[in-house]
Design a protein around this ligand. Structure first.
Ligand code: C2O
Ligand code: CU
Ligand code: CU
Length: 509
């Protein structure tokens, strides 16, 4: 379809397209699989909705503790005009507030569960005691409030929160329970970077969803979805469908979070312009990294700064990569095996005619204490695999494993000694790329198949994409929070894979 900046959106009637939906429904007759991409995709690429900015929650202070009140709730969201879609959120009907905190803060998060079923709340990427981690061992029953309290011990970066109930993570996240956490430190506050929340410093939660013909967003994965991951056909940006943002400054800072269940995004702008990547999952990069594409797999974060001084309207999109699309269409049915197979238009950025001029990006953003490989007490191997044979198709047996084991709540897989440095060596023997995530620590990537990581990965990380036939080695220090009882998780962050067993548990003792 053709789309120009000056196109008259008044001509476009969403009611019209919903009628088309009904007709489309008739045309495919009794078929239950609604190919919503055929019906919505064209329209979803028209940028008709103003980007929603999650409310900023900075907490209230009581006796030196910063307190955040969060209520996980059921609600309804109007993605399509006139249609109320059941959804879930935190302090609202979809997604949740951006929690802002400082390194060194003591925080307490009061998490009330009002969704009518058990869930959990995990603080992805934060360094904290295992019993406050919000993983599968910290269920919050319906009607209950869970109040973990811990110290923030992080470099400035973006983190996030989402449910992590055994076997239910994918479902609960899909329905809308997730939000961003921004941690600031003295160093980051002193940097001359765009920093006006919602104006030139924007949280951008990237997701995709599949909608039923009635507009529903229920989580109903097929066996294929469990294998490939639940990939939608409609892009949602901060929960906004067909989002646009009006820029008032020449430089815009985007705090990108891949909050999708399974899609690996290959992000770039419509005109392939360069931008500056300034952070990774758990820290700033030491120096800005100039690039025109950024691969972000589920769970990963990165901040970028884009210059729109030329006043051109641009779109942040999933760049379709022909090389990675080779497996699409067949058995993998358009799934995003390697990223970049689906035409997601996440956010149109429209610069105002007069732009406030912000200063250039500094050359030095932070300093990272690189860990010497010689400090490692041991190397721990992990192999992620998937059995794709007939057993898997029938749903029999362990299909998604790490070291040939599928997750068991009552089995500890690894024991790490407190005060040691370890190298973890993650291999992928399956046909799918898997984002490997570890709780508790931020790590440093040493190598990918023996080669050093590229500049955009030279920061602290808690999630790393491991491609088929690849081995990624990373190093981390396990310095605090020993606990004989409560384990931490490591897992694939494709939530369907995690729920299907591609997860393990480690104790720090
Ligand atoms: Cu973002 Cu163990 O999770
Ligand atoms: Cu996590
Ligand atoms: Cu996986």
């Amino acid at each position: 379809m053709s789309y120009s900046n000056s196109s008259n959106h008044a001509n476009f009637s969403r009611r019209g397209f919903l009628k088309t939906t009904a007709l489309g429904g008739l045309a495919i007759g009794a078929s239950l699989a609604l190919p919503s991409w055929q019906i919505f995709a064209q329209n979803a690429s028209l940028h008709i909705n103003k980007l929603k900015i999650p409310p900023l929650e900075t907490g209230r202070i009581e006796n030196g503790v910063k307190i955040y009140d969060l209520e996980i709730q059921n609600g309804e969201t109007e993605f399509f005009e006139g249609i109320k879609t059941k959804s879930r959120g935190v302090n609202g009907s979809l997604l949740g507030p951006t929690l802002r905190m400082n390194n060194g803060d003591i925080v307490r998060l009061n998490v009330k569960n009002s969704i009518g079923e058990t869930t959990t709340m995990h603080w992805h990427g934060l360094h904290l005691p295992a019993k406050y981690d919000g993983g599968p061992h910290q269920p919050i029953k319906s009607g209950e409030t869970w109040s973990p309290q811990f110290e923030i011990m992080q470099k400035a970066a973006n983190f996030w929160y989402h449910p992590h109930l055994m076997g239910k993570t994918a479902d609960h996240v899909w329905q809308g329970i997730a939000g961003m956490i921004i941690v600031d430190d003295e160093e980051s506050k002193a940097l001359p970077l765009p920093s006006e929340y919602g104006i030139d410093d924007i949280p951008v939660i990237l997701q995709d969803r599949r909608f039923g013909r009635d507009g529903s967003m229920e989580y109903r994965p097929t066996r294929h979805d469990i294998m490939a991951g639940m990939i939608g056909d409609i892009a949602l940006t901060n929960g906004t469908l067909s989002a646009y943002f009006e820029a008032s400054t020449n430089l815009i800072r985007l705090r990108l979070l891949n909050g999708a269940n399974a899609s690996i995004y290959n992000l770039g702008f419509s005109d392939s312009r360069n931008f500056m990547q300034i952070s990774t999952d758990g820290s700033m990069l030491e120096k800005p990294f100039e690039t025109n594409s950024l691969i972000l797999s589920p769970g990963e974060r990165a901040e970028i700064i884009v210059d729109v001084s030329d006043g051109k309207t641009i779109t942040l999109e999933n760049k379709i990569d022909v090389n990675s699309g080779s497996m699409g269409g067949g058995m993998m049915g358009g799934g995003s095996m390697m990223g970049g197979n689906l035409d997601f238009k996440f956010l149109e950025i429209r610069p105002a005619s007069k732009l406030k001029q912000l200063t250039a990006i500094p050359n030095q953003l932070t300093k990272i204490d690189w860990i010497d490989e010689k400090q490692a007490a041991n190397t721990r191997p992990f192999v992620m695999s998937m059995q794709m044979g007939p057993m898997m198709m029938l749903g029999i047996g362990k299909s998604h494993t790490i070291n040939s084991k599928s997750m068991k709540m009552d089995r500890i897989d690894e024991i790490v000694k407190l005060d040691t440095t370890e190298i973890w060596e993650i291999s992928n023997s399956s046909m799918f790329a898997h984002p490997f995530h570890i709780h508790l620590v931020q790590f440093q990537i040493i190598s990918r198949n023996g080669k050093p990581p590229h500049a955009g990965e030279m920061g602290l990380k808690d999630t790393v994409l491991v491609h088929p036939n690849e081995t990624v080695r990373f190093i981390a220090k396990f310095e605090t929070y020993a606990d004989e009882k409560y384990p931490f998780m490591y897992h694939c962050h494709i939530l369907e894979h995690e729920d299907a067993g591609m997860m393990g548990q480690f104790l720090v003792v």
